[in-house]
Ligand binder design. Structure first.
Ligand SMILES: CC(C)(COP(=O)(O)OP(=O)(O)OC[C@H]1O[C@@H](n2cnc3c(N)ncnc32)[C@H](O)[C@@H]1OP(=O)(O)O)[C@@H](O)C(=O)NCCC(=O)NCCS
Ligand SMILES: [Zn+2]
Length: 255
């Protein structure tokens, strides 16, 4: 597999190549693991993305820390350190209990990043101008991914939509290696900059991007309705001779 599609050999064992359809199951599993997990915050505490499960009716997130294992008759919820059956949604109040002969059954809990939503992310990334999904493997095991494309509204601006590394393989330069492919792509496409959105509490991500010459643009998330709104920041990397001044306030339309 790697021999035919190999794009780069970064050190003795890390291989980076383009996504292909056959990678979807592995990519789905890694994506779910990366974004359902925990991140260390800049103040030294640990934070759960809270992107583990969601209500099928209203979409509210249930983090790993508040939902126990599923089973009969459903998921468990932590209240004051004890587990109780989760009977109704914390936001919309809809019934999570399974349908019986007398009740209809309402909402259900579903994985926040369902297989279907990841399939859609993959398809929409590859369907955008310049869309790329790079995968990093070590000994055949998928350890990291990066997804990026050209902003359809600003053809000289790239957008790094997603980057993630397997939780137990972090701190080994895998994300840095993936970012070097983003740089290479951006230069090939003669982009003036690449930007991204992240969470300013996400220490590993902010450090990673700063170390790779991304800087905060000072712009904030335009959508105050989203839960994470206060911490969302945009970072941008300017790319050498192709750049034109004043492009940092463009291109925020892409989600
Ligand atoms: C952010 C993430 C992709 C970094 O991947 P990684 O392969 O561990 O990163 P690297 O090993 O290439 O690290 C590069 C630099 O980032 C910084 N960094 C990485 N992890 C760090 C951490 N836990 N704490 C502080 N700095 C960190 C360091 O400066 C590091 O350089 P150094 O090793 O020379 O000190 C990974 O932690 C991850 O998948 N997190 C969850 C998903 C996520 O947050 N994605 C970004 C959201 S937009
Ligand atoms: Zn709900």
């Amino acid at each position: 597999m790697q021999e035919t599609t190999l794009e780069g050999r970064l050190n003795d064992a890390l291989w980076v190549r383009d996504f292909s359809e056959a990678d979807l199951p592995q990519l789905t599993a890694l994506y779910q693991e990366v974004f359902a997990g925990e991140v260390a915050l800049s103040d030294g505490t640990v934070f759960s993305w809270g992107e583990y499960m969601k209500c099928s009716r209203c979409g509210v997130k249930y983090g790993r820390d508040e939902i126990g294992p599923g089973g009969e008759p459903g998921y468990q919820v932590a209240v004051d350190g004890k587990w109780f059956p989760l009977e109704s949604c914390k936001r919309c109040g809809d019934d999570f209990r399974p349908a019986t002969s007398s009740t209809q059954g309402g909402a259900s809990l579903m994985p926040f990043w369902s297989d279907v939503s990841i399939r859609e992310i993959v398809a929409s990334t590859l369907g955008r101008p310049g869309g790329q999904i790079k995968l990093a493997f070590r000994e055949g095991e998928l350890l990291g991914f990066a997804m990026y494309f050209v902003n359809p509204y600003a053809p000289d601006v790239g957008y790094l939509a997603d980057i993630g590394v397997s939780p137990d393989r972090r701190g080994k330069g895998i994300a840095t290696a993936l970012l070097s492919f983003v740089d290479q792509w951006a230069v090939q496409k003669r982009l003036s900059s690449v930007y991204l959105r992240t969470d300013q509490r996400n220490l590993a991500a902010v450090r990673l991007f700063e170390k790779n010459d991304y800087r905060s643009t000072g712009l904030r998330e335009p959508d105050t309705a989203v839960e994470d709104f206060p911490w969302r920041i945009y970072m941008q990397k300017r790319l050498g001779p192709f750049g034109s001044p004043g492009d940092s306030d463009r291109g925020l339309e892409v989600d």
